[in-house]
Design a protein around this ligand. Structure first.
Ligand code: A2P
Ligand code: MG
Ligand code: MG
Ligand code: MG
Length: 384
């Protein structure tokens, strides 16, 4: 089953094996229940939430105009480009403003190379205006409008290589570009690495309903902000501002009660392999196909119990596609690993070295899930 934005808004009859936690906590308890080891990330958490929320506002504006535009301009890729670069510039600007004085390093998907070419001036000017409008809408920064050069420099703040030493922000300014263009799910994904470990993650999902997938109706509010700090759990709040509520993964150990997420795009992950694994495990529900790290967000609040991702041979996963999503799931009580059960290693630079793919689930399902994965991989290899 594919759940796009339009069907998310209208579908009311499909019932997921959902555990939607009641609000138990507020930002106050988030701040007061901290362990001393994680106290030091609160300033970074506030900055990351602000940066991702503001970038989400920019992306929403572009997606809205993209969906209203005619067919001809839909075929034009520049609106997406403008949103990717604009989102990265806004996140970079906000983090630097909020954390000024601290050493700053960021590994991000985009760089300004193409924007510095002749012929890119119009696109750059559109980005500059969009970024300045977005920053001005916050009313919090008394800076003069950014010049084109300042926007390019903000984008290039994301040129770090990451690695095992020190702190590095990790950013995907729009994750799920295909979903963004279709008018479906996408995410702004921002994480912090400290000595090679993900210690904080924020996922802004502007089109994800606040209500659990499958039970929302046309009146459901959309726009979720997930946040997690190591040792402190995962919280979800509305992008429009509401008290964060603690979320937990679906605890089921029964595959018949479990549904699984996978990419909407078959080019991003083998649907055949996922279907074979789900059959072996005894999953009854059809796959739930959505774009981007919104899958990790939905998993963290128990909308489904499994996320399967098996990119085709030759594709190398990047850290910005999983850093924020993985801590959002693990802090909600889940497990994220490669297809052999190895934890993901974010300390090796831009890329993740993986066995076959990425899998996320809860503690109870994971052992049988890993076995079903290996059996399916072996079966596929034997049939070649
Ligand atoms: N051939 C590919 N295989 C796997 N993932 C891909 C491929 N091409 C792009 N991606 C990335 O996969 C992620 C989205 O996957 P999905 O939405 O299917 O979960 C995005 O990060 C997307 O990049 P991008 O950030 O540029 O959109
Ligand atoms: Mg991505
Ligand atoms: Mg991206
Ligand atoms: Mg991309």
């Amino acid at each position: 089953m594919y759940i796009g934005l339009s069907s998310l808004r209208t579908r009311t009859h499909f019932v997921f094996p959902t555990l939607f936690p009641k609000p138990k906590s507020s930002i106050f308890s988030l701040l007061t229940s901290s362990t001393s080891s994680s106290m030091s990330y609160h300033k970074e958490l506030a900055a990351a939430k602000k940066a991702a929320s503001l970038a989400a506002r920019l992306c929403q504006k572009v997606q809205k105009s993209l969906l209203q535009s005619d067919v001809q301009s839909k075929l034009d890729k520049s609106p997406v480009t403008v949103a990717d670069y604009g989102s990265q510039a806004v996140v970079s600007f906000v983090l630097e403003q909020e954390l000024s004085g601290d050493p700053f390093s960021m590994v991000a998907e985009e760089d300004s190379g193409d924007l510095r070419n002749d012929g890119a001036q119009d696109t750059l000017e559109r980005i500059r205006v969009l970024v300045n409008d977005t920053i001005a809408s916050e009313n919090a920064y008394s800076v003069s409008p950014l010049s084109a050069e300042a926007v390019l420099a903000a984008i290039d703040n994301g040129r770090s290589e990451g690695g095992p030493v020190g702190q590095h922000w990790v950013l995907d300014p729009i994750d799920g570009t295909k979903g963004f263009v279709r008018g479906d799910q996408y995410a702004i994904a921002l994480a912090l690495l400290d000595q090679g470990r993900v210690v904080l993650g924020v996922l802004a999902c502007p089109n994800l309903p606040l209500a659990p997938l499958g039970v929302q109706n046309s009146a459901s509010q959309t726009g979720c902000l997930f946040s997690a700090v190591i040792g402190e759990g995962t919280f979800m709040e509305s992008l429009d501002g509401s008290s964060p509520v603690k979320v937990n993964v679906n605890p089921t150990g029964n595959p018949e009660e479990a549904s699984f997420f996978e990419s909407y795009e078959a080019a991003h992950s083998s649907h055949d392999l996922s279907s074979s694994i789900a059959n072996k495990l005894g999953v009854k529900a059809p796959p739930v196909r959505i774009d981007s790290q919104a899958k990790y967000g939905a998993l963290s609040r128990g909308d489904g119990a499994i996320y399967l991702r098996f990119p085709h041979a030759g594709y190398r996963e990047k850290i910005w596609d999983h850093a924020a999503g993985s801590i959002v799931v693990t802090e909600a009580g889940g497990i994220v690993s490669d297809a052999a059960g190895n934890p993901l290693d974010f300390s090796k630079g831009k890329y993740l070295d993986l066995y076959k793919g990425i899998v996320a689930s809860n503690q109870k399902l994971m052992p049988s899930l890993l076995k079903a994965i290996q059996d399916s991989i072996d079966e596929k290899a034997a049939s070649l």
